[in-house]
Write a protein that binds this ligand. Structure first.
Ligand code: AMP
Length: 589
């Protein structure tokens, strides 16, 4: 009973339950209004000047691109930490935040006199971030283990804070900058500047790049310098936040419905870098679609290394006029997806040639075709190994048959060994043979893989239907088809008109589905799947017995945001809606 929860030995402990408990913030955590460019910044400064008759004292801070966290202290001890959530209610991430080493579990004694009532609770707020180098290392490790990397350091920080197991968070290199208080009346400090000073004294990390200014020119100077230093900083910033210094003056300006009037976020333009376009390669998708891909010298953009970017299709390459050998400008769309903006014409080598789609598939050498009115070229060979690989991966993917462990590397080796060329072949493998194939799989992995393949045999019919990778048949469409035709036999017996008559299907999908199911090679794969025990039907009678009253029939739902109160994931809520007869629209998810 003598263990002190604020002891440094007690940073890791506890467990987040099935869901993160909701936590009400002391006062609302507002967003910030954005100023995109100098003009909008000046508009805000003009409004402030008009309000006070002069430019008041302003504090300039860096806008840290992480995940915001509210820390609650009581009697100087950290008792709670929460995400921002919807601004009013966040999620309880205390056990995870306790593992972040620079978050004080106890405020320094000397600082307690800065709180009006040190025994009462006080909410302090800041940004939790992952340094750029730690992010790169985390992603490199994820990729080496066949796991999905994070898109940027911000997502990595947010993801790390929302781990169910604090041990995982404890192994992530997270840091914080703290810059705000929930209710400033609880502090002795009367200005943002003094708040930052007090936070530092209390033991928090406070960003050192701050300035107290009182002119438009100084604000511009701070923004310019910060933009210049952006690359050199060890963490991501996406702008500068300018705040009216005095709390009384902040109060006087007040808030809009969304954000304080007394602060503005000057947003930096998305980071652009230049690099050498070494090559344009062509990727073959599972439906034979050919996608040109820019292969570039690796370059650090918005926190992560970019070396490849899709160029979408031939028209896009010609429109942007990018050529192999060009120096190209890259950025990340929405801070996530790498994008080639175009070439730097002045640096173009004399011999750079315009690019065109190869006339033959780079994987199998068959002629490629572009149908009238379509932007894409396709390889229409059914024997194309690149397409086979993509089809095999798609079948095993999580949304389809969810064969755990069947990742790209293993599938590639299976294809190269010649033992697997279509999805039915998966179901002919046994562990002895797998281990003997000399593709680097030990007994244990082989055994697990065979168990995972076996488990996939009994998925609901919509899953193998989606897994077959028919054109235009995504996950939702597969579910629609499976509801109308609950077995492969029923689906294969349907005429094109019957397919088109299903609500939500339409002639285009009916046509491609009908054709797919009449193509001899596909029929053969389906027959072999059935022969090897893959269940290609739903048990309609059992389902009818379990069926819920169809109380939501005729309604369509769009699910967005998170469903904090119910504790359901969106997919679970979607399934619950569908089970009651409702439709779920995927457009906005
Ligand atoms: P936005 O999400 O674009 O509306 O920007 C508001 C967010 O910026 C806040 O919720 C904070 O998490 C974040 N932020 C980062 N650095 C700062 C800072 N120095 N002052 C205030 N907010 C900041």
């Amino acid at each position: 009973e003598l263990i002190d929860p604020s002891s440094p030995t007690q940073r890791v402990g506890g467990y987040v339950g099935e869901q993160f408990a909701p936590i009400q913030h002391e006062r609302r955590m507002y967003s910030l209004d954005d100023a995109m460019g100098a003009e909008e910044l000046d508009e805000w400064l003009a409004r402030v000047k008009e309000f006070f008759g002069t430019i008041p004292e302003l504090v300039c801070e860096l806008k840290i691109d992480g995940s915001s966290v509210a820390f609650t202290y009581e009697g100087g001890r950290l008792i709670r930490a929460a995400t921002r959530g919807d601004g009013t209610t966040g999620e309880d991430i205390t056990v995870n935040v306790r593992t972040v080493k620079d978050v004080p579990l106890r405020l320094r004694d000397g600082a307690l006199s800065g709180i009006r009532d040190a025994d009462a609770s006080i909410e302090l707020r800041g940004e939790c971030y992952m340094p750029k180098t730690s992010f790169e290392a985390l992603n490199a490790a994820a990729e080496a283990n066949g796991k999905q990397p994070f898109a940027n350091p911000r997502n990595a920080a947010a993801g790390s804070l929302r781990q169910k197991d604090p041990q995982i968070t404890a192994h992530r290199d997270l840091s914080t900058f703290v810059y705000a208080v929930g209710d400033e009346r609880k502090l002795v400090a009367e200005t943002q500047w003094d708040l930052l000073k007090w936070l530092g004294e209390a033991g928090f990390h406070v960003n050192p790049d701050i300035a107290l200014v009182n002119s438009v020119e100084e604000v511009h100077e701070f923004c310019r310098k910060s933009l210049e230093r952006r690359d050199a900083l060890p963490y991501d910033i996406d702008g500068v936040v300018v705040k009216v210094n005095s709390f009384a003056q902040q109060e006087a300006m007040g808030y809009t419905a969304r954000a304080p009037r007394w602060a503005i976020a000057f947003k930096f333009p998305p980071e652009e870098k230049t690099t050498l376009l070494r090559d344009i390669t062509v990727q073959v998708g599972r439906t034979g679609k050919l996608t040109p891909v820019a292969e570039m010298d690796p370059v650090l953009v918005a926190g992560s290394t970019v070396a490849r970017a899709t160029l979408h299709n031939e028209d896009e390459v010609l429109r942007k006029d990018v050529r192999v050998g060009d120096t190209v400008i890259v950025r990340k769309a929405g801070d996530v997806i790498p994008e080639v903006l175009g070439p730097v014409f002045s640096l173009r080598p004399d011999d750079a040639q315009p690019w065109s789609m190869p006339k033959e598939c780079p994987s199998c050498g068959s002629p490629v075709v572009r149908e009238d009115g379509e932007a894409d070229y396709r390889c229409i060979s059914i024997d194309c190994p690149a397409q086979a690989l993509e089809r095999l991966l798609h079948w095993a993917s999580r949304g389809a048959m969810d064969i755990d462990g069947m990742g790209e590397e293993i599938v590639r080796r299976l294809v190269e060994s010649g033992r697997v060329s279509d999805v039915a072949d998966y179901y002919t493998l046994d562990e002895v043979e797998l281990a003997q194939l000399q593709i680097g799989l030990g007994q244990t992995i082989a055994k697990k893989l065979v168990a995972a393949i076996d488990e996939s045999r009994t998925r609901p019919f919509a899953r193998p239907l989606f897994g077959l990778g028919m054109r235009h048949v995504g996950k939702t469409m597969a579910e629609t088809l499976a509801r109308a035709f609950p077995s492969m036999d029923a689906l294969m017996a349907a005429t094109e008109e019957q397919l088109a008559a299903v609500d939500g299907v339409g002639p285009k999908i009916a046509h491609s589905t009908y054709l797919f199911l009449r193509t001899p090679d596909n029929v053969q794969v389906i027959e072999r799947l059935a022969k090897h025990g893959v269940r290609l039907a739903d048990d309609v009678e059992a389902q009818a017995a379990d069926a819920l009253p169809q109380t939501l029939e005729g309604l369509t739902f769009v699910l967005t945001g998170s469903l904090t109160q119910s504790g359901m994931k969106r997919d679970e809520a979607g399934a619950a809606l569908k089970a009651r007869g409702a439709k779920r629209s995927e457009e906005h998810t």
